[in-house]
Every structure is written in structure tokens, then in C-alpha cells.
Design a protein around this ligand. Structure first.
Ligand SMILES: C[S@@+](CC[C@H](N)C(=O)[O-])C[C@H]1O[C@@H](n2cnc3c(N)ncnc32)[C@H](O)[C@@H]1O
Length: 501
């Protein structure tokens, strides 16, 4: 099954390390083009004459401060783009990649920040690197390319001195037998990139879509070119921190220096404090939940005193909403680890639910439910602002497989609804195959269910988020604000169905 990319507790913070001291040669500030070839070895000159110097007087590569973090960043970037491994798993504090977990917390934050920048701008960075080469790198130059991307992400998007980023990349290349002979090329390309970034970066950002072709094409087909471009632009920016609060959202917005969004979500931008240290966290006044993720559970309507099955429930954002609204919730999920997190989250919030570990496809409880929510595991393409690896780890084939699996889960969920009861199907995908088309297919096969269209005025915040069929459809292009940092929401789909027979 696909990953679940919905948060309830602490988001993973970015943040650069303190500026590293310049090590060895300073970047060449020459504005002219430096065109280098793949054959340019250490000591060769680029066309401007910028000599690719070795790192003079530096400590052995393995001892250079900051090098382990860059190695880990390049290793993880390779795992994401070459092996399509999820970044969440790789950067898990306990079970993540050993090169990552061996780092100090400050370096882990740095690696996360580098990877976020490298993935959010992957094609722009690639275009800028290519523009510094007079011929493509050898086909097998994967490691070299990852070193260049990691350094370019720092030079172009992070608050790290160019000289530190360049020198660490040169040392990194020089310390690896696969890339040693390209250390000079790394030096020359990155120096040239740093020297020209003020002019070249805005140009390339304005003309590049930072998404794989298949991803962009599907967005354009589903939403039209204008909205698709807005969605892809939103993916370049770190998403705000959204909180669902138990009571008094206006008061909490004020206390936390945030904004009250139309649906009652409290939105913060770069709060500068780790989530667990924010006021209200310890006493369970709120939980982290994207504004769009808070909408599907509300489509069940008044649930006070109602028996609700929350299927695929962990880590429990929607369970918490339903329990907070007075429902008697049975939270079902197949993952023991994720259910543990759900339990911890509910405990912090002082909320209760019956927790069941089961495969939703085969779970057969001894009763039916008046309301069922299936928040299905999906491609998570709607969460790309928060998980920029998704575009690079997923493929069109994955989407077809995930849609088929969700269709099976929807059939299983439908068998748990009492006649007359409601079923809400939701996920955080932007692909109609996993949303609109899937529900159309279900309804065509199931005369015992009908769609119960959502009225755009049913509760505050739905304005503009309901499609012609009465389904909820949100994208990162919604809720556009003047300042992009306050804009958007995750891409979500939700359809409300009623069992008639
Ligand atoms: C989108 S996430 C759920 C997010 C959650 N509803 C929330 O609001 O916090 C999908 C969840 O489905 C679970 N899952 C995937 N396949 C499952 C299956 N066949 N049976 C039960 N749970 C499953 C995953 O473990 C994951 O926790």
C-alpha cells in the first residue's frame, strides 16, 4: 500500500546548520560562463580559466566538518530518485538510513533541509548544472550528479556560504573512488553556478516546471494548465503548519501568532519553535493537521453519540476530530507502529477510541456502523508540498495499482455501513483515478449506494472546494493568499455516499 503522509504530531523541521567556515579556496566570482567537460579532472581549467584547485590545507576528507552530512544527503537523494524510496522512511529517527541516523540532530536537520530544497527544485537545479557543462555527464555518473545536486541546493536555496558548499562537494567527490577524477569538474561547475546564481536562478525558475513530465501532464489534464502551474509553483514552497484545535480556534490563533483559516484551522508560518514546544501542545489543545485533511471527517455531519468506524485511521488526525465531536470511534489500521502513534496522540489529546489492528480488506466486526470513514492509502500526490519526494518515488503504474487497491478497500468499507448510514471515502491524491473516477466506478456497480452531494455552505470553509458532483476537491492552489507562505492546502478528495439498501 502507499505511504500515508498525514501528520498529527510534530512535523519534521528543516533549518540550516550554522554557517560553516570557509575551507580552502573561495568561490570564483567571475560572471562569465564556465563551461567544463566531463573529462575535466582536478587541476584543469574551465573556459574562463577558473582553475579547479584541490582543497588546500584541508584536513583529510573524512574529518572535514559537515562532510558526513553531505555524504548522507547525496546517499539519500540517490535512494529517493534512483531506488524510489520514501524520504519519510529514510529519515526516520529510529529506523532510518544508518548514514542518516548516525548524524547529530543538527546535521539531520541540515540533511532534511538540503533534500527538501534539492527535491523541490530538482529540474531547475538540473538545468543550471547542465548549463555549466558543454556535454552531458557519463550515463553512469549518478553519484557525481547527486554530489552536484546536493551542493547546488545549498548554494541556490540555503543559507550556507557558497565556499563551504563547494569545498565540501569537492572533498566529497575526491574521497569517493567513483567520483575522484571529477573533483575538478565539481569545483569548476559549482563555482560557476555560485557566481551566476543571482541572474541565472530567477530565469530558470520562471521557465522550468519542477515536476516529472508524467506528473505535470496529469495535473494539466485534470485541472487545466493554469491551475496545474499554480499547484506546481506551490510545491516549491514549504507548506505552513496547520493545527486543528479542540476549542476556541480564534483564541489559539491569537496566542500562537497564527491566522484563523475559513474552516477554523489555525495556520502558522515558520513558527521558529519545534512543534512540541509550542503553547498548547503538551496539554493537548490541538494537533497538527493540514486544513484540507480536516474536511473529510466533517462530511459525516453531526456525529455526537454515533458509532463511527474510522478505517485506515493512523496516525489519527481524523479519529481525534471524530472523538472530539462526541462520536464513539472504532479506529482501524493495519500497521502496529502507526497505531502506537495513534494511541500516543489520543492520550496527549485526552481523547478516546477503540483501537483495532486489522486489514480493512478482510475485517469483519460483529456489528454495522451508522457512519464509516475510509481515508484510503493513496499516491499522496496532494501532499507534495510537505513531502517533495513523492513526485520522484511514484510512477503512473503505482497510481493505477493504488487506485485498484483503494477500490477494493471501498467495497470492504461499504459492507460495514448500516442501511441508511453514511460512508465518506477520502484520500490525499490529486489524481482523478484515485478519486472522482474511482467513486464513479463504485456507484455504477452499487445501486445500494448513492452520492449525497456536499453543499458548499454546509460548514464554513467549503466555499470553492466542492465540485459539480458535490464531492470535495482541494488542491495546493486553493486559498491563494498574497504571501505564498500563507497559501494553499493539501490536495484532497472526498465523496459522501449514503447506503440506501
Ligand atoms: C492516509 S493514511 C491514514 C491517515 C489517517 N486517516 C489520519 O487522518 O491521520 C492511510 C493508513 O492506511 C493504513 N492502511 C493501508 N492499508 C491498509 C489495510 N489494508 N488495512 C488497514 N489499514 C491500512 C496505513 O497503515 C495508514 O496508516
Amino acid at each position: 500500500m502507499g505511504p500515508c503522509r498525514q501528520e498529527i504530531t510534530a512535523g519534521k523541521g528543516g533549518g540550516a546548520e550554522e554557517p560553516a567556515k570557509p575551507l580552502g579556496p573561495q568561490p570564483d566570482r567571475t560572471e562569465g560562463a564556465v563551461v567544463v567537460t566531463a573529462r575535466a579532472a582536478a587541476g584543469r581549467r574551465g573556459k574562463t580559466g577558473a582553475k579547479a584547485k584541490p582543497v588546500a590545507g584541508a584536513a583529510p576528507a573524512t574529518e572535514m566538518p559537515g562532510l558526513a552530512a553531505r555524504r548522507a544527503a547525496a546517499r539519500l537523494l540517490a535512494a529517493v530518485v534512483d531506488a524510489r524510496t520514501s524520504l519519510d522512511g529514510l529519515t526516520d529517527s529510529e529506523h532510518g538510513n544508518p548514514q542518516f541516523t548516525a548524524l547529530e540532530p543538527r546535521d539531520r536537520s541540515l540533511v532534511r533541509a538540503i533534500l527538501a530544497a534539492a527535491l523541490r527544485h530538482r529540474l531547475s537545479i538540473g538545468a543550471l548544472i547542465d548549463s555549466r557543462l558543454d556535454r552531458p555527464l557519463p550515463a553512469k555518473a549518478g553519484t557525481l550528479l547527486h554530489i552536484l545536486h546536493v551542493a547546488a541546493a545549498q548554494i541556490l536555496f540555503l543559507d550556507i556560504p557558497d565556499s563551504a558548499a563547494v569545498n565540501l562537494a569537492v572533498a566529497h567527490a575526491g574521497s569517493d573512488p567513483r567520483t575522484r577524477r571529477f573533483a575538478g569538474l565539481v569545483n569548476a561547475v559549482l563555482r560557476a553556478l555560485a557566481a551566476r546564481k543571482e541572474r541565472a536562478l530567477p530565469k530558470v525558475l520562471a521557465t522550468t516546471r519542477d515536476a516529472p513530465d508524467w506528473f505535470a501532464e496529469r495535473l494539466i489534464a485534470a485541472y487545466g494548465p493554469e491551475t496545474a502551474d499554480q499547484i506546481m509553483a506551490a510545491h516549491r514552497i514549504e507548506a505552513p503548519l496547520d493545527l486543528t484545535v479542540r476549542t476556541d480556534p480564534g483564541g489559539w490563533a491569537q496566542r500562537l501568532g497564527g491566522r484563523l483559516m475559513p474552516n477554523g484551522t489555525v495556520r502558522l508560518v515558520q513558527p521558529g519553535t519545534p512543534v512540541p514546544d509550542l503553547a498548547g501542545y503538551a496539554e493537548g489543545a490541538w494537533w497538527v493537521q493540514d486544513a484540507a485533511a480536516s474536511l473529510p471527517a466533517r462530511l459525516l455531519g453531526a456525529v455526537d453519540g454515533l458509532d463511527v468506524a474510522d478505517l485506515c485511521a493512523a496516525p489519527g488526525g481524523k479519529t481525534a476530530q471524530l472523538a472530539n465531536a462526541g462520536a464513539s470511534v472504532t479506529a482501524v489500521d493495519g500497521s502496529a507502529n502507526r497505531l502506537r502513534r495513534l494511541g500516543v496522540n489520543l492520550e496527549r489529546l485526552g481523547l478516546k477510541a477503540e483501537i483495532v489492528r486489522a486489514d480493512v480488506a478482510t475485517w469483519q466486526p460483529d456489528r454495522l456502523f451508522g457512519a464509516v470513514l475510509l481515508d484510503a492509502p493513496c499516491s499522496a500526490t496532494g501532499t507534495l508540498r510537505r513531502h517533495p519526494d513523492v513526485a520522484w518515488t511514484k510512477s503512473p503504474e503505482d497510481i493505477a495499482k493504488l487506485a485498484a487497491a483503494q477500490r477494493r478497500l471501498l467495497d470492504a468499507a461499504s459492507s460495514l455501513v448500516r442501511p441508511g448510514g453514511r460512508l465518506v471515502f477520502s484520500n490525499c491524491s490529486l489524481n482523478p483515478e484515485e478519486g472522482e473516477l474511482l467513486v464513479a466506478d463504485f456507484l455504477a456497480a452499487r445501486p445500494d449506494f448513492r452520492r449525497e452531494p456536499v453543499g458548499p455552505a454546509e460548514f464554513d470553509g467549503l466555499d470553492g472546494l466542492v465540485d459539480a458532483n458535490g464531492d470535495l476537491r482541494t488542491t495546493p492552489a486553493d486559498w491563494a493568499a498574497e504571501d505564498a507562505r500563507w497559501s494553499g492546502m493539501d490536495g484532497f478528495f472526498a465523496s459522501r455516499l449514503r447506503r440506501t439498501g
